[in-house]
Design a protein around this ligand. Structure first.
Ligand SMILES: Cc1ncc(C[n+]2csc(CCOP(=O)(O)OP(=O)(O)O)c2C)c(N)n1
Ligand SMILES: [Mg+2]
Length: 336
């Protein structure tokens, strides 16, 4: 685990810092609520929470521009919120209701937003990696200057399809940023137990792809690395790999007994490395916000999340006829 932190005066405005705080807190509170709704039996199937990893997606999104695309795995609620999708629509999809982004027919592993250029939500480990390169291929073909953020985990990083994708992405100079969210575990298997080459980003060198390791508990470090990666991609220099070292506080999914790590390990990360607490301290010590102002933000976010939960309970279940809709695309995709 990298332990570097942005200790020098951050090169961001007060508004930006407050924005990151807000965005990360929204993800955390949303996920806590999703966990509660799951416990109440209102969310079916699996539920993979993102708690602990918030700085990754918020830092990456800080470098994104309108029209850029994102695609990720099943641990995707944070990615959706960070790119501006409506918490009500996301929560209602989790509870399987009509008001959800996929009309309640998809759940977290089949949720999309064309408007926000969010391409899922994929339950098959690593499947989103070649798909992400495909999105970037389309952007290159249309010469629209867009980049695609393709997120995957440390476990997925051991898959063959990742390396086939690296090869082609570099060969074709595709504008894709491969973001490895290294949260140290793939279900119950730690990185140390799954590979003898633990520096995952360095594997790109075999294909000529540049990259770097980033402290994923420091949103400003993620933002800085993301800006560099985006600049390289937009300039037409092909793909870039960011291995973002992070940590998930909760189990792999809601049904994980977490016997593969100690409570102390989790507690230590929460107490010493928490990304939200880090920004909170930067805001307070830099006199960018008072305790009361931060409390007001907390309250605001609680209201947003409670409203989303209410909406996700009140929205009706999809009608039976919906079984026969949204199966085939009616129009061929156009340049977005
Ligand atoms: C092809 C495939 N193999 C196995 C699984 C079962 N599975 C689901 S998540 C997971 C672990 C993936 O870990 P990682 O890529 O590190 O992502 P994280 O869950 O940590 O975000 C596995 C093995 C699956 N969904 N798909
Ligand atoms: Mg993992």
């Amino acid at each position: 685990m990298a332990t570097r932190r942005t200790t020098k005066k951050p090169n961001v405005s007060k508004e930006e810092l407050l924005g990151y705080y807000r965005d990360m807190l929204l993800i955390r509170r949303f996920e806590e609520k999703a966990g509660q709704l799951y416990g109440m039996g209102l969310i079916g199937g699996f539920c993979h929470l993102y708690i602990g990893q918030e700085a990754v997606v918020v830092g990456l999104e800080a470098a994104a521009e309108e029209g850029d695309k994102r695609i990720t795995s099943y641990r995707d609620h944070g990615h959706m919120l960070a790119c501006g999708m409506d918490p009500k629509g996301v929560m209602a999809e989790l509870t399987g209701r009509e008001g959800g982004y996929s009309k309640g027919k998809g759940g977290s592993m089949h949720m999309f937003s064309k408007e926000k250029h969010f391409y899922g939500g994929h339950g098959i480990v690593g499947a989103q990696v070649p798909l992400g390169a495909g999105l970037a291929f389309a952007d290159k073909y249309f010469e629209n200057g867009r980049v695609t953020f393709t997120y995957f985990g440390d476990g997925a990083a051991n898959q063959g399809q990742v390396y086939e994708t690296y090869n082609m992405a570099q060969l074709w100079n595709l504008p894709v940023i491969f973001v490895i969210e290294n949260n140290q575990y793939a279900m119950g298997t730690s990185v140390a137990r799954s590979t003898k080459s633990p520096s995952l980003w360095e594997r790109g060198a075999a294909y000529g792809i540049a990259g770097e390791e980033v402290d994923g508990m420091d949103v400003l470090a993620v933002k800085a690395a993301s800006e560099k990666a985006v600049a390289q991609c937009r300039a037409g220099n092909g793909p870039y790999i960011l291995e973002v070292k992070t940590y998930r506080y909760r189990g792999h999914s809601m049904s994980d007994p977490a016997k593969y790590r100690t409570r102390e390990e989790v507690q230590k990360m929460r107490e010493e490395r928490d990304a939200i607490e880090h920004v909170r301290q930067l805001l307070l010590s830099g006199n960018h916000a008072t305790e009361d102002e931060l409390k007001a933000i907390d309250k605001d976010i609680k209201d947003v999340v409670n409203e989303a939960a209410e909406f996700s309970k009140e929205s009706p279940e999809p009608a039976l006829e919906e079984l026969w809709t949204d199966i085939y695309a009616e129009t061929a995709p156009q340049n977005a």
